[in-house]
Structures are given as structure tokens and as C-alpha cells.
Design a binder for this molecule. Structure first.
Ligand code: 3PG
Length: 306
């Protein structure tokens, strides 16, 4: 089978080697499309692909329509909001992710971003320490739990909420369950977001939640920019000159935010949470193995469009 590995943001070289080896050992033909300039390049490249490995690359209805042989798409990573599931399902294409494989990289970045802001973006201005402060974790999945464990090791109090977990499960993960999202925001010096972008969560974090945070609080977003109501964020930062926002997913209004709020906001130029050699290897090799296994045995364990 022909397996297209389409990554606008390429995997580390060792991961590409590993993916290639796994696919070739099972008799498949990997084809690499890296750093492509336009979506049309992806549309052209999928023409004869039986399987597709992507990162945040956009698998649109147009991509799917251009791939008559496509049977499986594996998103090497956690969030699959970049894959049009209805279009894939309508064609009977299996879509999978590789949950947990890049979580530690994202969790480390969330902690790094928190400290970067606590220390005023590494400028000589007086900063603050995170020990003794409270971190609130919105969604206690693979990344959220790791952020909690690392924050605890830094001497922080860890609170969390997750609509899919019971209080006991949050406690078992080492955090104090918050009674509501409102309570979590109102009591967290640092609030780390780990929700996916879904119709329910898009634009769900806005003025009311952000402006309810305690004095000097920082919102840390290593999830998706779409979950933030950007106008609401701007309004909250205006109303509360003590609040800060740091994100791995550059907001559309970043230029305006930077101009208005200076060191109180920071965004990475390109999403880098999962961009470590280790995470690339973990997620990339998992994606390759899942494709090999699917063609060999029909295993759909990580399918997200059932
Ligand atoms: C994910 O959902 O797994 C992360 O956001 C990583 O995305 P990336 O593969 O584009 O870096």
C-alpha cells in the first residue's frame, strides 16, 4: 500500500527514518511530502495514496475527494480537529489519532511557558515564583495529568476539572477536583488549558472566565487557539492590567495584543508543543504501526470516527 506522510511541519529525521522502516518492513511504500507550500500540493499528492499520516495538516473534504484509494488517515498526535471526520466517514475511511504519544512534550512546554511568564519573559524585571501558587487544569487527560504531576513537583497546589471524569478519578490523578469551571478559573493563579477544539468548546473561554481569575493570574494555552474567544480575552486583559496570557497557538489578534499589553502576552510563532525529537518518534512510529496493524489485522483501536 502507498502511505503518504504529509507534514507541513516535518517530523525529526530519526522519526522519518523509523516510520519508513516500519512501513517498508511490512511491504508498504512510504512517500514523503514535507514543508509543502500550498494545500494544493497535498491535494495532488494524495491521488494514489492508500493511507495518510499527518500532523496538524488539514485533511479537508477536498483532500478526501482527491484520494479515491484512501482507506485510513492517522493523525500522529492527539487533536484531530484538522481532519474532516464527516467527509472521511462518508467514504468509509478510518481516522485514528495516537493518544498520549506526544503528551509529555506538550506538558513540559506548558510548565515552561508558565515559568517564562512568572519570570517576566526572561527580562530583568522582578518576577514571581510558582511554588505555593495554585494551578488549575482544564481537562485532565494525558497532557493535563502530566502538567499536574510536574506542577506538584514544583510545589504548586493542583486543581482540575474534566467533564468526562468523576471526582475520584481526578483525585486518583493527584489533583483536587474543582466543583465547576467557574470555580477553577476564580481560584487558579495559573490556568492551563487542555481541551480539544470541538463545536462545544470553540470560543468557550472568554471575558467572564478570564476576568474572574485571581489577581496576577496567567492563562496558559497549549491546546487550540479556537477555544479562546479572542475579543473576550482582549477585553479581559484591558479590564485587568494584572492578568497575563501565554499561548503555543498564536491568536489572530496577536499583533493588537502585543501592542496593547507588551510583556503580558506571548505566543510562539509556530505551534511547537509536540515538536521534540522524542514526541516525533513516539507519535510518528505509533502512526506507522497503527497503519501496518490496520492493513494486517483490521485493528481499529484508536479510531476516532466510529
Ligand atoms: C496534538 O494535537 O497532538 C498537538 O497539538 C501537536 O500538533 P502537531 O503535530 O501539529 O505539532
Amino acid at each position: 500500500m502507498k502511505v503518504l506522510i504529509a507534514t507541513q511541519k516535518p517530523f525529526a529525521a530519526a522519526a522519518v527514518r523509523g516510520i519508513t522502516e516500519i512501513l517498508e518492513a511490512a511491504g508498504h511504500q512510504p512517500v514523503l511530502l514535507e514543508k509543502y507550500a500550498a494545500q494544493d500540493d497535498l491535494v495532488a499528492a494524495v491521488a494514489d495514496a492508500d493511507a495518510l499520516i499527518v500532523r496538524s495538516d488539514k485533511v479537508t473534504p477536498e483532500v478526501i475527494a482527491a484520494a479515491p484509494r484512501l482507506k485510513i488517515v492517522v493523525r500522529a498526535g492527539a487533536g484531530f480537529d484538522n481532519v474532516d471526520l464527516p467527509a472521511a466517514s462518508a467514504r468509509g475511511i478510518v481516522v485514528m489519532n495516537t493518544p498520549g504519544q506526544n503528551s509529555n512534550a506538550v506538558a513540559e512546554l506548558a510548565i515552561a511557558m508558565m515559568i517564562f511568564m512568572a519570570r517576566t519573559q526572561f527580562t530583568p524585571a522582578t518576577g514571581s515564583e510558582v511554588a505555593g501558587k495554585t494551578i488549575g487544569i482544564q481537562a485532565f487527560g494525558n497532557v493535563g495529568r502530566l502538567v499536574g504531576a510536574k506542577a506538584k513537583a514544583l510545589g504548586m497546589k493542583v486543581k482540575a476539572i474534566d467533564p468526562f471524569l468523576q471526582k475520584e478519578q481526578i483525585e486518583a490523578g493527584g489533583a483536587e477536583p474543582a466543583s465547576s469551571l467557574e470555580e477553577l478559573y476564580a481560584t487558579s493563579d495559573y490556568l492551563s488549558i487542555h481541551i480539544p477544539a470541538t463545536p462545544q468548546t470553540i470560543g468557550s473561554i472568554g471575558y467572564d472566565l478570564i476576568s474572574s481569575m485571581p489577581k496576577g493570574a496567567t492563562l496558559v494555552n497549549t491546546a487550540r487557539k479556537e477555544v479562546i474567544d479572542e475579543a473576550g480575552l482582549e477585553k479581559a486583559l484591558e479590564a485587568r492590567p494584572d492578568l497575563k496570557y501565554v499561548t503555543d497557538v498564536m491568536p489572530d489578534n496577536y499583533a493588537a495584543l502585543q501592542e496593547k499589553f507588551g510583556l503580558r502576552v506571548f505566543a510562539t510563532p509556530k505551534k511547537m508543543g509536540a515538536q521534540t525529537a522524542e514526541a516525533n518518534l513516539n507519535a510518528g512510529l505509533a502512526a506507522a504501526r497503527q497503519i501496518v496493524d490496520y492493513f494486517a489485522t483490521g485493528n481499529t483501536r484508536f479510531q476516532v470516527n466510529r
